[in-house]
Design a protein around this ligand. Structure first.
Ligand code: BDR
Ligand code: CA
Length: 309
């Protein structure tokens, strides 16, 4: 099994990513869940993570990280994720509490003490990961890979060029992309090829308790997708877990990718050099396509697993 740490801001699709990871204990061992200000303010999204884990009875360490980006003010994703950050189902209060450590301390402790290299799965803004690498540079040597959701080499979703997770903290993203740690990027290029459709959401609500709860999450989440003119709702964050579970379902290409931090119309853009004459080494594997139907089956199976357990 691969030991992983999920750094997140739940977040509808974050919640599904967490459920997907926890449903595959033979492949992934979730060592901790750390939270970062993003889709909503830190307290709200941390509470969402704890409520979700309580709901499925998974006692995994949760640590709070950065409340906002390295520079400037937090931009939230309230329009897509609602006032709670995870609107839709009425989840009971959490039985768990966050650990008394900052996210980057918990991450560093886990990485340093692990026999196997740790894979990081950031599915929110990259603030915590940048802070970790700056505060504790020694940990980089024991990180296997970073499988992240963020960016897009063709387009953005917050602006025409920038995707939310990178847009919220471009300075942090730049530190991570320049870290030299192998990165697999599930950006909009691939995640928009993983939409869940209305009939599938309806089917979820006719299954067990966890599937039903996810159906309610997706009912809310799909309102915003429809507003943007999409037929389905992109399951962004689950792609970063899906890649670790079933790389065979994905197509990708390695590029040198830089983060634009100062552009007037392009701040937060992931700029990929597609010329193949790039001077720097390719630092990122950019996922570009996924077998949607097989990926959806993976999600449905994961939710079945939780319904049974
Ligand atoms: C990303 O932004 C957030 O709203 C989602 O949770 C996902 O991580 C998609 O752009
Ligand atoms: Ca997210």
């Amino acid at each position: 099994t691969k030991p992983i740490i999920i750094d997140c801001d739940p977040g509808h699709d974050d919640a599904i990513a967490i459920l997907l990871a926890l449903a595959n204990p033979q492949h992934l061992e979730v060592k901790a869940i750390t939270t970062v200000g993003g889709n909503q303010v830190l307290d709200k999204i941390t509470d969402n993570a704890l409520k979700l884990l309580s709901f499925i009875d998974a006692d995994i360490p949760v640590a709070k990280g950065a409340a906002g980006p390295l520079l400037g003010q937090l931009v939230t994703g309230e329009e897509a994720h609602g006032d709670s950050g995870m609107d839709g189902p009425d989840l009971p209060p959490s039985r768990f509490k966050p650990v008394e450590k900052h996210a980057i301390e918990l991450m560093a402790d886990i990485i340093r003490s692990s026999d196997k290299k740790i894979t990081l799965v950031p599915i929110g803004p990259l603030t915590n990961i940048a802070l970790l690498l700056r505060a504790f540079p020694d940990v980089a040597a024991n990180i296997e890979e970073i499988s992240l959701m963020g960016g897009g080499i063709g387009y953005g979703n917050v602006t025409s060029t920038a995707e939310f997770n990178i847009y919220v903290d471009p300075e942090a993203a730049r530190i991570v992309y320049e870290s030299g740690i192998p990165i697999t990027m599930s950006g909009l290029d691939v995640t928009d090829k993983a939409p869940i459709f209305q009939d599938e959401i309806k089917a979820l609500k006719e299954r067990g308790e966890v599937s039903h709860m996810v159906g309610e999450l997706l009912d809310f989440y799909s309102i915003y997708s429809r507003k943007l003119g999409y037929e389905g709702s992109s399951l962004h964050d689950p792609c970063a877990i899906g890649w670790l579970l079933r790389p065979d379902l994905f197509t990708g290409q390695c590029y040198h990718v830089e983060i634009e931090t100062s552009g007037r119309a392009t701040r937060g853009m992931t700029v990929a050099d597609r010329r193949k004459v790039t001077e720097g080494v390719n630092n990122v594997r950019v996922l570009t396509d996924v077998n949607r139907d097989a990926f959806m089956e993976l999600i449905f199976d994961a939710l079945d697993f939780h319904d049974r357990n």
